[in-house]
Write a protein that binds this ligand. Structure first.
Ligand code: NAG
Ligand code: NAG
Ligand code: NAG
Length: 344
């Protein structure tokens, strides 16, 4: 109940967003330099945005701004990579089709991808006054549990949610399982990364342990960081819009169950997850975090950082390194996965 209230509050004023910018699709393929480094193909399909130095192997010491020739993100200096799994629709006859993605509210012309927020205070605080230190080169993190198939398993990551959108700008209520009904304007997933850092490690073996959610409450409710992870960092949040409206009535399951499946087989929605690999040039992110940014144009003025056009973002694409069909009607998900609906 409390969580719902907090989340509803947090999303009541999406318009007051501070640093909220879009990144178009860079590539959709089975690569994962964080969890499956060097594996071509990696376990499951991802949609990746950001700098075009993205590869199967990415050395934490690499200079991403120097190695990239373009970024699909709006800030010209952001060569980070941001990625999530992709959603598939399981048709009545058992075959799978990738759910198309859309730009977001105010980024309608973007070719899919995701919207990124960086904030130092909750999104509904229009004055972002807290000082937070930007991430450093080599910083990476992961959030979510790929094996979660039940509510208790998903609760540690309850800040990863779905909105069944009946209108383009609807942002609540949020659920942590897949919506089961037809959503008139599609489904939005939100991925909120942890905001407490151990202050030492740029990464950890599971890519999670160096970070923590607040000890109690949430970032939005001002929850304190645990003593093990005392350094409060910016909240990184992704929004991804899935165009679930393209599927015909006769393709939906007859029994009213959810047809949606993550690319690694999760049919419950509990295993939503996200990956982050820092790659901003110089102190660009710190400038943003120190500025009085409200919306994008204002943020550019405040920081002197350049924004590129949506057309330029859309042009920054990578050719997939893994050649396989990820878009057709498929008998199995790439990697051989099938929809699974939790364990007893
Ligand atoms: C990309 O990763 C592959 C596999 O690890 C490696 O062979 C290749 O050299 C990398 N490409 C670049 C441009 O670094
Ligand atoms: C399954 O359904 C989809 C969507 O209606 C259709 O395009 C595809 O050809 C069907 N496949 C088989 C094997 O029946
Ligand atoms: C940006 O917006 C904030 C809040 O409205 C305002 O205080 C600041 O002066 C604006 N900056 C510029 C350069 O317009």
């Amino acid at each position: 109940m409390k969580l719902t209230t907090v989340l509803a509050l947090a999303l009541a004023t999406p318009g007051s967003a501070l640093v909220r910018f879009h990144c178009s699709q860079l590539v959709v393929e089975r690569l994962d330099p964080l969890v499956n480094p060097g594996m071509v193909p990696s376990a499951h399909v991802h949609q990746i945005v950001g700098g075009n130095a993205f590869n199967a192997t990415m050395d934490p010491k690499a200079d991403l701004p120097a190695e990239s020739t373009c970024t699909s993100c709006q800030f010209e200096d952001d060569f980070s990579n941001y990625w999530t799994a992709v959603l598939y629709f399981k048709s009545r006859n058992g075959t799978y089709k990738r759910v198309p993605q859309l730009g977001n509210n105010q980024f309608e012309k973007a070719n899919g991808g995701l919207t990124i927020y960086y904030m130092q205070d909750p999104i509904y605080e229009s004055k972002q006054t807290s000082k937070v230190k930007a991430f450093q080169p080599g910083f990476r993190m992961f959030t979510g549990s790929v094996t979660a198939r039940t509510l208790p398993e998903a609760l540690p990551f309850r800040q990863l949610t779905y909105v069944c959108m009946d209108s383009w700008t609807q942002r609540s209520p949020e659920t942590i399982a897949f919506p089961t009904r037809k959503c008139k304007s599609g489904i939005m997933t939100s991925i909120r990364f942890p905001t407490c850092w151990d202050g030492k490690n740029l990464d950890s073996p599971d890519h999670i342990a160096h970070m923590s959610y607040p000890e109690t409450g949430t970032f939005e409710s001002g929850g304190p960081c645990p003593t093990t992870h005392p350094v409060r960092v910016a909240q990184v949040m992704y929004e991804v819009i899935w165009d679930t409206t393209v599927f015909k009535d006769e393709e939906w399951p007859v029994d009213g169950s959810s047809p949606f499946v993550w690319s690694f087989g999760d049919g419950t929605g509990y295993a939503n997850h996200g990956d982050y690999l820092f790659g901003w040039k110089g102190d660009a992110l710190q400038k943003i975090l120190d500025a009085n940014c409200h919306f994008m144009t204002n943020c550019s003025k405040e920081t002197g950082l350049k924004l590129q056009s949506i057309d330029a973002m859309n042009r920054c694409m990578q050719r997939p390194k893994v050649e396989e069909d990820v878009n057709g009607w498929l008998n199995a998900l790439p990697g051989g996965y099938h929809a699974e609906y939790g364990h007893a």
